[in-house]
Design a protein around this ligand. Structure first.
Ligand SMILES: [Zn+2]
Length: 237
């Protein structure tokens, strides 16, 4: 009797779990279908608004002005920094907006495409920074490898960690491109995109925190590179 009850209970649990999984899978399938459909249709709508001349300037060659290193975080997009990123921003992305894990792509932008600006952009609420400040050893191997190259041990919290990481990545970039920076052929800008207003300049602001290794906001402000900008957010507390 007890055995039958146990078997019935196990069977019920099994059916409940499998039907739960079946329902979950059904929802997931619909999500996948919806996402692919949206991507295909959004592209079709984009393509329908365009004609050949819209692409003519860059059919055979790209000539961006900026190489930008961004975190892969979906809340950070080139639209946040440009009203015409097409053929203007050469983008290298990874978790934690790191130099070393995408050095080849950055080198291509700076040395082959010869963009005069290299901008490394961190962002508020960065999961990679939080992960790097936590128990890295508990992460799956592939993710651990990607996070281990972030050095933010000195930061007191992740808000400061985001800034420290940008400084660290600028330092790495300077090691690689110091000759170009010294020859004024390249400006390396470190910045933070703040969609949470964590740093007090307002939601969605791009805050400059480093220019060619200089971290002092007053000295950055004095740079002739900022002469033509009416309003710019520089430095964080
Ligand atoms: Zn991030």
């Amino acid at each position: 009797m007890k055995k039958n009850f146990f078997i019935s209970l196990t069977l019920c649990s099994f059916l409940w779990i499998t039907s739960g999984h079946a329902e979950e899978n059904k929802i997931l399938t619909e999500t996948i279908k919806g996402a692919i459909k949206d991507l295909v249709e959004d592209n079709a709508a984009f393509a329908n608004q365009k004609v050949e001349k819209d692409f003519k300037a860059f059919l055979d060659i790209q000539n961006p002005r900026v190489t930008m290193v961004l975190c892969s975080d979906s809340r950070v997009q080139t639209d946040n920094f440009s009203q015409g990123a097409e053929n203007d921003i050469f983008v290298a992305r990874n978790i934690g907006n790191q130099f070393v894990t995408t050095a080849g792509s950055i080198e291509y932008g700076v040395n082959v495409l010869k963009t005069p600006v290299l901008m490394i952009v961190g962002h508020s609420h960065c999961g990679a920074i939080k992960a790097a400040m936590g128990d890295v050893g508990s992460l799956p191997a592939g993710i651990r490898k990607e996070v281990e190259t972030i050095d933010v041990k000195a930061a007191k919290d992740d808000k400061q960690g985001v800034i420290e990481n940008v400084h660290y990545q600028v330092e790495k970039a300077l090691n690689q491109f110091k000759d170009k920076v010294n020859a004024a052929q390249l400006a390396i800008v470190g910045a933070v995109y703040d969609f949470r207003n964590d740093y007090g300049y307002g939601y969605g602001q791009l805050i400059i925190v480093n220019l060619n290794g200089e971290k002092d906001p007053e000295k950055i402000k004095d740079s002739h590179y900022f002469d033509n900008i009416k309003k710019v957010s520089i430095g964080v507390n």
